[in-house]
Design a protein around this ligand. Structure first.
Ligand SMILES: Nc1ncnc2c1ncn2[C@@H]1O[C@H](COP(=O)(O)OP(=O)(O)O)[C@@H](O)[C@H]1O
Ligand SMILES: CC(C)(COP(=O)(O)O)[C@@H](O)C(=O)NCCC(=O)O
Length: 319
């Protein structure tokens, strides 16, 4: 039994660091953040503690900075070898994980921290929800209750978007999704113009699914990633974060006259918890179990959170 465990540990592709071990790795980072910078980061999401930024996200930004620098050198070496003029190719970081685990908050913190390093000041952020089919198309395909499932995305369009970015196109556009309207915003675009780093955040970014036609896909979204992060937490905690966010939105975004969820704005506390729990169970938990959690081991780094979004452990791919 013991031998089996030892063998299992020996062959794990991940190195596991406790929070303390991980946070010590920041010590040799020249601290690029002033108190004012930290305060500004806190402004991204007032629920994120500064301790968390310093102990978890600063070491992460140091690691990413080293990786980006190494990749930039590698590109230059290839271009020198080929005798080409080197041209800028954005470094792409994918961030995966469940609905409500904190992907977009993590992405925004990483964006803010990475843009402070001198060799990659321009850091753009795109979310995959823009590549969901519009509601009209989801309705046509009978997929309105499957939003976020692999088949609800125009994966080919997402792959074309990434291929354009990696081929060095000066200007690439992505469609935009509105959480208020619960739909793609017609005519609105986010423009990506050769950033140093692009962060792509979404539920499905590590998936290797079949195409809707049933033919195997020969290329995956993650083929374009230079680095990927999976934000992880126990399912019961994520359910709680989903319900909390729903209650908060009931006070704010759901009151917007344009909100698809206007009808939820006047729910009592108890009704709101019941509604959020139902959506969680019927859509998001199912998607997490079937399609998202199985992709965790494909990430280069896993942030394992506990209560209050506090990162407890970091698993870093070593091979
Ligand atoms: N590091 C964090 N500390 C505290 N609260 C957080 C943190 N990350 C996310 N949250 C909260 O958890 C909820 C889900 O986060 P969000 O980033 O919107 O998730 P996702 O993009 O995965 O759906 C939000 O209410 C957010 O404020
Ligand atoms: C828009 C989402 C699919 C997330 O998309 P992502 O940016 O991760 O691709 C998700 O937030 C969502 O709306 N899910 C449908 C069920 C729900 O309303 O929670």
């Amino acid at each position: 039994m013991q031998n089996q465990t030892q063998a299992g540990e020996r062959f794990s592709p991940f190195l596991t660091l406790s929070r303390d071990e991980w946070s010590r790795l920041r010590d040799s980072t020249p601290l690029l953040l002033s108190e004012a910078d930290l305060a500004q980061l806190h402004g991204l999401n007032e629920r994120v503690s500064l301790e968390e930024v310093e102990e978890v996200y600063l070491p992460l930004s140091r690691l990413l900075n080293l990786y980006v620098g190494a990749t930039q050198n590698l590109y230059e070496a290839t271009h020198a070898f080929l005798g080409h003029q080197s041209r800028k190719v954005p470094y792409i970081i994918g961030i995966a994980g469940s609905v409500a685990v904190g992907k977009s908050t993590t992405a925004r913190i990483i964006q803010a921290l990475l843009s402070r390093w001198p060799n990659h000041p321009k850091v753009d952020l795109v979310t995959t929800d823009g590549f969901l089919y519009p509601n009209a198309e989801l309705e046509r395909r009978g997929l309105m209750q499957r939003k976020g499932f692999p088949e609800s995305y125009d994966t080919r369009r997402l792959i074309r978007f990434l291929a354009d970015i990696k081929s060095g196109k000066p200007r690439v556009e992505a469609p935009v999704y509105s959480h208020i309207e619960y739909d793609i915003v017609r005519g609105e675009r986010i423009v990506v113009e050769q950033p140093d780093i692009l962060i792509l955040e979404g539920l499905n970014v590590l998936q290797t699914r079949m195409s809707t036609s049933g033919r195997p896909m020969t290329i995956f979204v993650s083929d374009f990633f230079d680095f990927s992060i999976y934000v992880d937490a126990p399912e019961d905690l994520i359910r709680g974060w989903y319900i909390d966010r729903f209650l908060k939105l009931r006070e704010t975004a759901f009151r917007d006259p344009k909100s698809y969820f206007r009808r939820y704005a006047d729910l009592s506390d108890e009704e709101a918890v019941q509604t959020a729990t139902r959506i969680w169970e019927e859509i998001n938990a199912k998607n997490l179990r079937e399609n998202i959690a199985p992709t965790k081991s494909r990430a280069d780094l896993i942030l394992a959170k506990g209560a209050q979004h506090r990162v407890q452990e970091v698993h870093l791919r070593k091979i």
